[in-house]
Design a protein around this ligand. Structure first.
Ligand SMILES: *Cc1c(COP(=O)(O)O)cnc(C)c1O
Length: 400
């Protein structure tokens, strides 16, 4: 599958197309409107930092669900493969098949529910399904063919997993003849917090998990490889040594929230920048409104500009009090963010021209806007901000 067009333009190594959106190999200027730049060298640094925190025999399961949090699961997994990571996790069977179709080797674990109509796909594409509870184990077992699985135990998050208190049902899962049990895991719900009551809850979850595992082992069941921690579990519960960890957001070189303290420190390099262009410049008078709902009204004469990106590209509409960087200077966003466009104040910035590049996330000169900062302004976490970036953004992968 040829998924790359070399465009050979300054600094651009390759352009990853989204399947079925390329028309007859038409190449166009890939930084024409709005794009993300993804620094693969930084991704490699993050992999190295992560490995340095883990015991030698601990595997990394790279979590690349939702198109690697929108960044590009194929490119991501190829870089990970080249850097010694051979275990992947996604949310859905369709995401998993997409990886196999692009020749990604190794274990691909599906975290979420797969409908029985799709059980044949699990086998055809050599995928590993999460057993979300005993009811689901019975369904998988009754399919009548051997299916690779990890068993999920609900130790206190009360999302997917068989309740850790249902030891009898859990045992019955491990008795299913058609399940090839390759792993067992649980998910922590407050491992990001160092609040004493949250630490106590997390410790309770970990204890619940090992209680189940020890029970199973004492009855001769083999739970396969064990994994508990995701990004914050790795940083805050380093003494919990499992066979594997599931890592998503840290690979992107960012934390979920701004100014979070963690037990272990990690050196991270953000991989993502978001850019667009100045498409129009105009002057307005004192008292002139700007944008939908007239939510901004000028208090003086102003020079304003429209940039070619909007909420359909994943810029949250409630970032309307944020700013961007133009020619190394911060420029406030004014008015409501529109679907395809944003209006900014450039009164104080000289030499702005049509076509200039605007940085919404990342660095330009001495100014920097971080994902954590934007997420905080929008009352969310970087995971959501990044994962919800729009398909319409072009993906420019840099490896320098
Ligand atoms: C998404 C997800 C992860 C990855 O979480 P990060 O905080 O991004 O590392 C790990 N485990 C499960 C079950 C998930 O759903």
């Amino acid at each position: 599958m040829d998924n790359y067009i070399n465009v050979n333009k300054k600094g651009i190594l390759m352009y990853q197309t989204i399947d079925n959106k390329v028309v007859d190999n038409v190449t166009y200027y890939t930084k024409g409107r709005a794009w993300v730049e993804i620094n693969l060298k930084h991704l490699k640094c993050n992999i190295k930092s992560l490995k340095s925190l883990l015991p030698n025999n601990c595997e990394i399961i790279a979590v690349i669900k939702a198109n690697a949090y929108s960044i590009g699961d194929i490119t991501f997994s190829k870089v990970l493969n080249e850097n010694g990571i051979n275990n992947f996790a996604v949310a859905t069977v369709v995401e998993a098949i997409n990886l196999r179709k692009h020749d990604i080797k190794g274990e691909i674990l599906i975290f979420g529910y797969t409908h029985p109509f799709d059980f044949d796909l699990l086998i055809d594409f050599d995928l590993t399904q999460t057993v979300i509870d005993y009811e689901y184990a019975k369904l998988l077992d009754s399919y009548g063919k051997q299916i690779k699985v990890h068993i999920k135990i609900d130790t206190g998050m009360h999302r997917l997993g068989e309740l850790s208190s249902n030891l009898l049902d859990i045992e019955r899962i491990y008795q299913c003849n058609n399940l090839i049990i390759q792993g067992s895991y649980t998910h922590l719900c407050v491992s990001n917090s160092l609040d004493p009551s949250d630490i106590a809850y997390t410790q309770l979850q970990i204890n619940n998990f090992y209680h189940v595992i020890n029970h199973l082992k004492s009855y001769g069941y083999n739970p396969g490889k064990l994994h508990i921690q995701s990004s914050y579990g790795i940083l805050n519960y380093p003494t919990n040594q499992c066979d594997a960890v599931r890592c998503g957001i840290l690979l992107h070189g960012v934390f979920s929230k701004e100014n979070e303290t963690t037990k272990l420190k990690i050196s991270l390099n953000p991989i993502l920048s978001i850019k667009a262009r100045i498409v129009i410049i105009k002057s307005i008078l004192k008292g002139d409104p700007v944008g939908y709902n007239r939510n901004f009204v000028s208090t003086d004469t102003m020079r304003i500009s429209v940039i070619s990106i909007g909420y359909a590209d994943g810029i949250p509409r409630n970032l309307s009090n944020g700013h961007v960087i133009v020619n190394g200077v911060k420029a406030p966003i004014i008015g409501d963010i529109c679907m395809d466009q944003i209006i900014i104040d450039i009164t104080h910035i000289h030499n702005v021209k049509i076509g200039d590049i605007v940085t919404l996330l990342g660095q330009d000169g001495n100014e920097i806007i971080t994902a954590e900062e934007i997420a905080a302004k929008c009352n969310t976490i970087t995971n959501e901000l990044i994962a919800c970036l729009g398909d319409r953004l072009e993906h420019i992968y840099l490896d320098e």
